[in-house]
Design a protein around this ligand. Structure first.
Ligand code: AHG
Ligand code: MN
Ligand code: MN
Length: 330
């Protein structure tokens, strides 16, 4: 039988001296996502499909499962004893630990349900998490304490709810994949030290936005579409799942490049994806797997955040392709 998540985390403590409170937190997150996975699998039977009729801080309509997943993640994290506060894509501000619960040395940020538009059509979705240091465990955490660049992450990952439920994560010692065994309820390691090939013939972008993109992205995509008849001299294939979790999972599994560029529709929205809940954790996973992640100008992990909900352009995956599209930005 493959290694359990519990055994892997224990090895991280003994071999790499990872703080047992951090491995405890990861274990806790995995247990929490099992609960979300179960709700997702029940779908209409549990009454979790459809819109909640409310909007989040980003002005996006919330699905019932966005709210349910957020509540499950918030409760689990703030009652774990491992965190000083949490921040979520679905909440305006940081959430504090209740008075009757212990505080711990970590800040957790999450996108509780990524790929919301896939929920009701039974296509892959996921939960993304990022762990930052909080310093000494404390209460009354300000939003500003979360504004640390992605380089400060201590753990990052996602749980994908697809044909299989899988936890993919890094503690800075490679990217590991664990698959949930429904017969035992345990996560078992099914891939280790995942790496991404430097070159690829597969790309992912929402082409319906093409007319709004900036010139460097238009140029890059036109060259990919030209295939063997163009300057690239090879044909490319395209995929778009509309869930970043699923796109990153495909890239970690078989390579590729994923893009969500900024466009010229709204100058206040530099891209759609959120730096703190989506781009940073995914970029660290990609870098740990020897890929690249930029916003077209700099490595995403080097961006100094200025707001909890800030958005960012994202180009991530195969090094050759990310380097090329980044070079086009000049
Ligand atoms: P969320 O469901 O958390 O709002 O995130 C959805 C994001 C991302 O996962 C995906 O890559 C992208 O939005 C899809 O956008 P389009 O609907 O524009 O294709
Ligand atoms: Mn998302
Ligand atoms: Mn979401």
């Amino acid at each position: 039988m493959p290694k359990t998540l519990a055994l892997y985390l224990h090895e991280m403590e003994t071999v790499h001296h990872v703080d047992p409170r951090l491995t405890g937190l990861i274990n806790h997150l995995a247990e929490t996502c099992k609960e979300i996975s179960f709700k997702v699998s029940q779908g209409a039977l549990a009454g979790v499909l459809g819109s909640a009729g409310s909007e989040n801080v980003q002005g996006e309509t919330q699905k019932k499962l966005d709210i349910i997943s957020n509540e499950i993640m918030c409760r689990a994290c703030t009652e774990s004893g491992f965190v000083s506060a949490v921040a979520s894509e679905e909440m305006d501000h940081a959430l504090q630990v209740p008075e009757n619960c212990e505080v711990g040395p970590y800040l957790v940020l999450f996108d509780p349900l990524d790929g919301s538009s896939n929920i009701d059509i039974n296509v892959s979705i996921g939960t993304i998490f990022s762990v930052l240091p909080a310093g000494e465990p404390h209460r009354g955490v300000e939003d500003a304490e979360f504004l640390q660049s992605g380089r400060h992450q201590l753990a990052a990952g996602y749980v994908i709810y697809g044909p299989q439920t899988q936890l993919v994560m890094t503690l800075g010692f490679g990217v590991m994949v664990f698959t949930l065994d429904l017969s035992t309820g345990n996560f078992y390691q099914t891939a280790e030290n995942v790496t991404i090939s430097e070159s690829t013939k597969e790309f992912a972008i929402n082409c319906s936005n093409m007319r709004h993109w900036e010139a460097p992205v238009q140029r890059y995509i036109m060259e990919l579409l030209a295939g063997t008849t163009g300057v690239r001299g090879k044909d490319f294939n395209m995929r778009w799942v509309a869930a970043m979790v699923a796109e990153v999972h495909r890239i970690l599994s078989r390579g590729g490049i994923f893009m969500y560029p900024r466009d010229n529709r709204d100058p206040n929205k530099p891209g759609k994806l959120r730096l703190m809940y989506e781009a940073n954790p995914m970029s660290w996973l990609i870098e740990q797997a020897h890929g690249r992640a930029t916003n077209g100008y700099q490595n995403i992990l080097d961006i100094e955040p200025t707001a909890l909900h800030q958005r960012v352009a994202v180009f991530l995956g195969a090094k050759e392709e990310v380097d090329l599209v980044t070079s086009y930005h000049g």
